[in-house]
Design a protein around this ligand. Sequence first.
Ligand SMILES: Cc1ncc(C[n+]2csc(CCOP(=O)(O)OP(=O)(O)O)c2C)c(N)n1
Ligand SMILES: [Mg+2]
Length: 561
Amino acid sequence: MRANDNMRTAATVLVDQLRIHGVAHVFCVPGESYLAVLDAFHDSDLALTVCRQEGGAAMMAEVAGKATGRPGICFVTRGPGATNASPGLHIAHQDSTPMILFVGQVPREVREREALQELDYRATFGSIAKWVTEIDDPVRIPEIVSRAFYTASSGRPGPVVIALPEDMQRERIAVADAPPFEPLETWPGATDMVKLQKLLWGAQRPMVIIGGSRWSEPACAAVARFAQRFALPVATTFRRAHLFDALHPCYAGDLGLGVNPKLLARIKAADVVLAIGTRLGEVPSQGYSLFEIPGPRQTLVHVHPGPEELGRVFRPQLAINAAPTAFAATLEGLQPPSEIRWSADTKTAHADYLAWTETATAVPGDVNPGEVMIWLRENLPPDAILCNGAGNFNTWLHRFYRVRKFASQLGPTSGSMGYGVPAAIGMKRLYPDRTVLAISGDGDFLMNGQEFATAIQFNLPITVLIFDNSLYGTIRMHQEREYPGRVSATVLKNPDFAAYARAFGGFGATVENTAAFASAFKAALASGKPSILHIKIDPDAISPATTLTKLREQALAERKE
Ligand SMILES: Cc1ncc(C[n+]2csc(CCOP(=O)(O)OP(=O)(O)O)c2C)c(N)n1
Ligand SMILES: [Mg+2]
């Protein structure tokens, strides 16, 4: 309730700060520890998405941060609510995503007694959040919330956790609002750009690798223009394919799992590598094997918004501390050499990418997930959004689906299962006019599958594809390699996922062969409801490259040698 004077409850002040900083969406699971904030939401025009489990809510906020570059906002209750939210926080940490998690806290007067659901957030989240704090004095809400927006989005972005003691939220205070925040842009220095131009002019086999966060549609477009002018081959890192149009003549492919060997060879043979925005983590660096540590053989130009990431693993010849958005804009000022020596190589790199992704490889069973992905790439609008979690089903998505636009393919670079469904729901809530799919495995789906209820409740007609091999397939793949024939804890018995969809009030269908996919998919879209396609794949079809049987035979043969 607002009084006639200029006093507001602390909770109202908090919600007003969110509006001032441009927040439109909040994802939450309610709790008695933040009733006053829930009440303040009642009077605000924020779009509130109430979820079924905090893990899902946190992933929805995380994907909002990933897609917009501004902190995604999640509210959860103390103790169990907060620990349930931790997977979303960990993704935001590893994926460098701006996000703010607000958590209820026990009243100030009972703190440190281990009151009901009390948790020391600083200790619990200290290693995965950029900053964890608790607001004791409500008068400091504008200051602390403003700082949280800056901290979450500047430098290397990441999650911030703010605990809100329950009694603090109810205090009535007179305080001025903070001015609106804008994400900080870190610009490269003029000498950095001169040095970069010199290195490129002297290069024989240059290569660009782009990844990380702090990108935007205009920044991606600026890099595409730069690549075109310099005829540079561009690779994207693991699950960052959305940063570069796969059909751009400079696109060379993605540095994920099961990477094109020709792309790897090309990067190894490059003399100058320009890495923009990526920290060149374990997956893109192919288990830290792509470049020597600490000094790569290639001349490495590393551009990153977080200075602490420069020289952290790979020592760059030229380190540029800049946000990808600012750096991309600055690239417009670079001049290509009068004669570009590597143009033909770049054409070959793109041709290699197209050849690698052109046709599905043969797999056992009646459904070929590669052909499903090829059908989707030929039939979905380029701005359709595909969200995925973790599991081997993704190997077909990453290889055969050609990503064309910024924020149209989003997955956890941290490899966290259970992301696809909540991420799809978060994206459909933000972009209701775009076609949104969740790409899931049977194991992956049931980690947050209950959020399908959220899709129903908010009338968000996403389509979930569940690739069901009745296995925790990725782990089974590693198991067959390391311990052939010794199956342990990797087999699953699944429900009828189409019936599951219908039980929630959605559309459900089962797909048992490749040819049946197109009509099932069209029927799912035509239903106008959230939908699930239960796609049954052969358990032996573990990836586009091999089968479980082959892996087992190879591992057994190696043991005999
Ligand atoms: C939260 C979480 N738990 C466990 C794992 C380990 N893990 C990685 S992939 C995988 C199996 C995924 O199974 P499924 O979704 O069915 O996909 P499949 O590999 O069978 O295609 C597991 C258990 C993980 N990455 N994340
Ligand atoms: Mg599976």
